[in-house]
Design a protein around this ligand. Structure first.
Ligand code: UT7
Length: 316
């Protein structure tokens, strides 16, 4: 028994800020941002919230999978930027979409979140605990960045993506996942409830070069590791869907793996880094474009704060 993705969905806020818009508020340029990151614009919430985007992406995924909300048994919502803590964002989504039979909870694994949720979903399905699981990544990172910090605010964007996973006959693949709490201080966000000054806001803090080095080393290792573990020849993989952090990271991973760049789709230019939402948004975009064919083998790889990383193989 394996969990198969039977439908995907996404939600992107209409409003966006392009690099020239940012150059109006911080000392930067379109050229600098494009060269260092590949990002051209990022979409940002207006009236939307992390919960509302998650619910919209979930509705969309349910519609595309052809199942009714009451068939969902578990909702795993990955986010680091929820507008609510109690109740969980997942419970709010459950209520909004009418998934009355689902258990629901949130998962924080930052940019590795969607891959970790996918691994959890496979575990629940293998253990026959749940058969139909909705996994969602939703982020409003524009609310967490310091718009005066040019080193971080240029990178992040908002949006949500979702996938419905259902038990089916088929081969199970083992994942590769890991965390390194020792290096955790290179990407941080303090809870504002614990600030000494109650009025002080906290923002995403990042050692960009440390994250860059971590990603270009760990991601190829995780991908090679997951292929070796499952005895799969890298050449037989049709798509490598990476967390969309930065085009330079994706390019460095392609170079290290020595695999054709055509197999590494990217939409970071349009959305920036949407953390846990980036993989399901890209997956849904590929489905909408008709790029995914039955039987194709796909690698998903996520990485980020924690530091945490993970790679999985799946058959479409
Ligand atoms: O999900 C994981 C999330 N994180 C990431 O993916 C981040 C990974 N890291 C990176 O992508 C890169 O480290 C950055 C794009 C964030 C920065 O690029 P960098 O080549 O590592 O630049 P840097 O931090 O070494 O800064 C070089 C210079 C500095 O100026 P000085 O000290 O040389 O005068 C910065 O102040 O670039 C300056 N700088 C900027 N200039 C124009 C930093 N941000 C900007 C900016 N526009 N937005």
């Amino acid at each position: 028994m394996v969990g198969k993705i039977i439908g995907t969905g996404s939600y992107i806020p209409e409003k966006y800020l392009d690099n020239n818009d940012l150059a109006q508020i911080i000392e930067t340029s379109d050229k600098w941002i494009r060269e260092r990151t590949g990002i051209i614009r990022r979409h940002v919430v207006e009236t939307e919230t992390t919960v509302s985007m998650a619910a919209a992406a979930a509705d969309n995924a349910l519609q595309n999978s052809g199942i009714h909300a009451d068939e969902v048994e578990l909702i795993l919502l990955c986010t680091v930027s929820s507008d609510v803590i109690l109740p969980s964002a997942a419970c709010e989504v459950q209520q909004r979409i009418g998934a009355v039979n689902a258990t629901a909870f949130d998962l924080n694994a930052a940019c590795a979140g969607f891959v970790f949720a996918y691994v959890m979903a496979q575990g629940y399905i293998a253990a026959k605990i749940y058969r139909t699981i909705l996994i969602i990544g939703s982020e409003s990172l524009s609310k967490l960045v310091d718009w005066k910090d040019r080193g971080t605010c240029i990178l992040f964007g908002d949006g949500a993506g979702a996938a419905v996973i259902r038990a089916a006959a088929g081969q199970r693949y083992l994942p590769v996942t890991g965390s390194d709490g020792e290096s955790g201080l290179s990407l941080t966000l303090k809870s504002r409830f614990w600030q000494e000054d109650a009025a002080a806001r906290s923002y995403i803090g990042m050692d960009g070069q440390a994250i860059f080095k971590f990603a270009v080393k760990k991601v190829p290792q995780a991908i090679r590791g997951v292929l070796k573990k499952n005895r799969i020849n890298p050449r037989t993989i049709d798509w490598f869907i990476l967390h969309q952090a930065n085009q330079r990271i994706i390019d460095a991973v392609i170079k290290r793996l020595g695999i054709s760049e055509d197999k590494f789709p990217s939409n970071v230019a349009e959305y920036g880094n949407t953390s846990s939402a980036s993989i399901p948004i890209l997956l849904d975009e590929m489905v909408q474009k008709g790029l995914l064919e039955k039987g194709q083998k796909i690698v998903l790889a996520g990485f980020g704060a924690g530091l945490s990383w993970g790679a999985v193989v799946l058959k479409w």
